[in-house]
Ligand binder design. Sequence first.
Ligand SMILES: [Zn+2]
Length: 253
Amino acid sequence: MRQCPAHADSAPSLHVTVADDGRVLVHCFAGCTVEEVLAALHCSWKHLHDRPWLTPQIHHATWGRSAWPTFPALDARAGAHPAARGMRLVSVHRYGDGRWLLERWRSPGGAKDLRWTTRRGRTYLPGMFGVPTSALPLYREREVRMAVGAGEPVIVVESESSVDAICRAGTYATTWAGGAASPNLDRLVAVLRGADVVLVPDHDEPGLACARRVWAALRPVTRSLVGVTPEPGQDARDLLAARGVAGLLGGAR
Ligand SMILES: [Zn+2]
């Protein structure tokens, strides 16, 4: 598996293999045709099917540097890597016991960037390899399932950073992969059925809209459901800082 030279390939998606009869077989899983891959490499079909009569070095010397295949940087599709843009890695959130990592990068100017990586064998590669965020478990789902089993209240918030802050303060919390735009209602319902839940949205328009959807989904299945809304423009972490865990839990205990 290699990066495909015919499209901006941030994950290796070009499969190259040699058939029993000696022919080279090329397949881009992103959908490039063989002709497109060959064109990007300055090659033709005969290069795949005929025994080469010159070495790559002679090919290079003949065609010059202009003909040497160049590959896009690993992160071509998503723009330069955040580290190359002067951003700093501020936190790494593990989903599914570390099968997926969500990296949170921030620039000195305050800009944010979120990047997913996926464990493949003993290494992590950029991207999700076609897995939608809706297929991921909830954040810290294993702890949350234990909390629900033990009858402990669970705080549902909008960001992994808020979850981590609340967990450090000694209470169970969770969120879903994908943010306010796409709450994972099916997973929330499955994991939080029968639980005592406190919903703490970000107090902005997308946060409140998201909270209404989560509320409607959880209301029929939870043992108790309480909404605690931070001050306008604030989120669960601000509320935690101002009022502590007791302020977050509201009437749940
Ligand atoms: Zn391709």
